[in-house]
Design a protein around this ligand. Sequence first.
Ligand code: PBG
Length: 329
Amino acid sequence: MNISHRPRRNRKSAAVRSLVAETTLSPSDLVLPLFFHDDDEDVAIDSMPGCTRWSLDGLVTEVTRVSKLGIHAVVLFPKIADQLKSPTGEESANPEGLVPRAIRAIKSAVPEMCVITDVALDPYSSDGHDGIVERQDDGRILVLNDETVEVLCDQALCHARAGADIVSPSDMMDGRVGEIRAELDDEGFEDVSILSYSAKYASAFYGPFRGALDSAPKDGDKKTYQMDPGNIREALREVVLDEEEGADMVMVKPAGAYLDVIAAVREATVLPVAAYQVSGEYLMLKSASASGWIDEKAAVLESLIAIKRAGASIILTYFAADVAQWLAE
Ligand code: PBG
């Protein structure tokens, strides 16, 4: 054949392929979500095979382990005891609560670890919603915006006081980024960053996470605050508002089914863009590879490279520690 263009030349060896690689993955791109509870046992999580709900000691040991693998950031998800849950979730701002204790324990054992906390009421809410619920006479439930934002500000401040590096509102209330920023600044926490879940969709892929924390909504769904999966312009509106309100980083969640949203958000802001490969994405990869027909390592790396190629520079994934280990092999 008389052709002068042979793109295959750039794929002829591993060395050449690595020279022309457009997207690469490093442990420093990754954030590991961690589950824990106020209990002495480390318990395997049924809904998320391979994940553990740690005791505080177990949590610190795990953070120490992953730090040595090159993971620089973790995000904390507490399972709160039922008797501490309430309609307004006051426990979320208790300075002696589970999250502040976990932050202090991690920071004293591994001071260089970047500790990110989730700001939302669902683990603390007896209604299982991210905000305060008001029941209407006709049985409908309303999730109150402005009242919720006040509680979220207390929660964010509580995490900052305990030593969190980044607070991450995942609740999707309007105006919360600006109010949290103002509260943190007023109290002298100008250095604490806000990673906003800007475009968080009302997704079926959160199921295993809600199983892990026993945090599913008791009534109704989250569609009056989380976004419609079919919408993308609305994601850009959320990102613009969060940027104006002072977010330091923005997030798209879930990740794998929303690569177009990640790409559009990447174009729409100069802020760092994060994406969350959520529990359902994790479980699908785990279950499929358990069958033996999907190679777990290859499929996980491909799923993460795709998220990065779409435009995310920060990826929250339950595979973070495995990936760090694979990349070092
Ligand atoms: C709660 C929160 C959820 C997740 C992270 N923070 C669940 C939800 O919104 O119902 C889901 C994470 C996952 O599925 O891995 N605000």
